[in-house]
Design a protein around this ligand. Sequence first.
Ligand code: ZN
Length: 317
Amino acid sequence: MWQCNSTGKPPSHESMLPLQLVYSSRYDLNLGEHVFPARKYRLIRDRLLAERFAEPADFVEPEAASDKDVLRVHDPGWVNRLKTGTLTEAEIVKLEIPYSLEMVDGFWLATGGTILASRNALHDRIGFNVGGGFHHAFARHGEGFCAIHDVAIAIRALQHERVIEKALVVDCDVHHGNGTAAIFAGDRSVLTLSLHQFNNYPSDKPPSVIDVDLADGVEDTEYLDRLNGALKVAISFAPDLLLYVAGADPYREDQLGGLALSMEGLKSRDQLVFETALGHSVPVAVVLAGGYARDTNDTVTIHCNTAKAAATALMQA
Ligand SMILES: [Zn+2]
């Protein structure tokens, strides 16, 4: 472990990345055999270390979000039922993951990670949480593998501290950001952009400020064109922070996605988001969200590529 200096940051040395990778071994939600590969977080860390892209000192462990943080977004009843194991059967079914206290702890910790990555973004221009992106959580219920909404909680925490006023959420997960849209509906301080496959979960899509509905089977060129157009509009909102929900599931081999992006197309997507944001002096906090490739190694590669694109964008900007 490093000694923190007066800025609270580790002392830099030449081989250190230009951004911190926020991560904990307890991000694993211990879901057992489940389509959501919660072990991917550990696999991403292992891969980035094995490839010598990162060193152990590049990873920082977050603190769990406080209940006070969580309650700025979520209904006290929902939070209480999650923490005390008193969800109804219907609520567990909607969540689509098995209930355990470890699972709840994992969500609180990953949410702390998104808060930390957001703070890091203001300092380093890009912050990176090797987790999070729970965009299907609503204020009063969870669904689609998402119990609490880390991105909304991080935005509210930083707004509460008055270090940001306006935030932009750029959601490139293949699934619509329904929780994000609902939580920030009517809030002029947060612009929500979701680029998603229209014919996919969730069937009910509360409107984001900007929704880009994509047809089944959309490939790299159309995807990147549509993203570029939407980003140009969204960045003119002049946000103080961009939250990038970098889902790996628009990939053509994804089991829960019906778009057809290539590995290269996904790299270009990341590059476009980072270059657009940094080109407008907007810091970016990255969260990972979904990824259900037939081969989990592909999901890991896509998420690792996002970290690499972030480092490259910082070095080139
Ligand atoms: Zn998804």
